[in-house]
Design a protein. Structure first.
Lengths: 165, 196
């Protein structure tokens, strides 16, 4: 099974049925699979904080949500993560492409990569880093954990995990 | 354009007061700051979700909620907040939820921060923007026609954006001291009970 299929299968297994996405080249494959999946309502958003608002509403409406975005989004969503997701104690799995790591061709991406883990750490957001293909085996448990503790949880996925840019 | 000799129109708190009998049976997601504080002081109840932070996301939360359950959802937003999250309008247009009503109380100012003017009170028309974004049922109304517009939207079965043009101005109301988790928990219980 491909990494993309495994991710979407784990989403469905954990009853995640509302997924918002902001694209990244590294995430194109999984976003395509989300769009194809009949068990998931895929709602692309124009900015990641907007997406977190959609996810908050979906959760209060009884659906389990998730967001798929790039690590640059940490820069735009800190206020939303703190005053909405964390303040109202809402669960939110965040599947994040960790741009700016080994294999990165675009120098500017490194500028946000160097802040990514420090910012997530400062926000007390549980953070997992998928570097090798087999790391995906932990996704199911991470999703269960997210909806157990009602917190935003970050899953950073780098270029080595996706087997190249 | 100038406002000399302008007949005084209603302000947001007066519109909310008139709306309460019509919206009180429905799920309401209310904008940050004075709109939530005013609604809270007029008619606090579990079916109101008050935003205590995160300017701009009332419409997004309302849309996500409307897409995820059957009951009608009314997001009470402001012109300043919609301008902050203008990307919400294409998302609304392209993800139709016929149980969703977005009421934009457009007083042309950032009310909660001291009535600084917004561009919606100048050259920018939010109803024209909503239409250009693909929203199909957009109504712009005067303050005094808001109740009828919202009632029609609730009775209809079509996603509706209402832009209500009114005067800027605020009344003195206390801040909301309720815990956010309490607001969220009682709101979710209300969502469940309304859907069963």
């Amino acid at each position: 099974m491909s990494i993309e299929d495994k991710i979407v299968n784990d989403f469905v297994k954990n009853d995640i049925s509302f997924v918002t996405t902001v694209p990244c080249k590294q995430l194109a494959g999984v976003i395509g699979k989300i769009e194809e999946c009949e068990d998931i309502y895929h709602i692309p958003s124009n900015k990641e904080d907007e997406g977190m608002g959609l996810c908050a509403g979906a959760y209060m409406g009884g659906k389990k949500p998730a967001i798929i975005m790039q690590n640059t989004a940490i820069g735009v969503t800190i206020n939303t993560l703190v005053t909405l997701t964390q303040y109202y104690r809402l669960p939110l799995p965040m599947l994040i492409s960790y741009r700016g790591e080994l294999g990165e061709p675009v120098a500017c991406q490194v500028e946000m990569a160097v802040h990514t883990k420090a910012l997530l750490n400062q926000l007390n957001i549980p953070t997992y880093h998928f570097h090798k293909e087999e790391d995906v085996e932990e996704l199911d448990k991470i999703l269960q954990y997210t909806f157990m503790c009602n917190k935003p949880v970050a899953i950073l996925t780098d270029a080595s995990f996706w087997k190249g840019y | 354009m100038h406002h000399f000799g302008k007949v005084t129109e209603m302000i947001r708190s007066e519109i909310l007061k008139e709306l309460v009998p019509i919206i009180s049976d429905h799920l309401v997601v209310c904008n940050i700051g004075l709109p939530s504080q005013e609604l809270h002081s007029i008619d606090d109840q579990p079916s109101n979700f008050y935003m205590l932070g995160t300017m701009g996301l009332a419409s997004s939360i309302g849309l996500g909620l409307a897409l995820s359950q059957k009951e009608k959802v009314i997001s009470i937003d402001g012109d300043g907040s919609v301008l902050t999250n203008l990307g919400t309008l294409p998302t609304i247009a392209n993800n139709i939820a016929n149980n969703f009503i977005l009421l934009i109380i457009d007083n042309g100012s950032y009310g909660s921060t001291g009535d600084q003017p917004t561009y919606a009170g100048k050259k920018t028309s939010l109803s024209a923007v909503a239409k250009a974004c693909g929203c199909e049922n957009v109504i712009e109304c005067k303050a005094e026609d808001t109740v009828v517009a919202v009632r029609d939207a609730i009775e209809g079965n079509q996603m509706t954006i209402i832009v209500c043009k009114c005067d800027s101005g605020n009344v003195k109301v206390p801040v909301i001291t309720m815990d956010p988790v309490v607001i969220r928990d009682r709101f979710m219980k209300e969502v469940v009970s309304k859907n069963t």
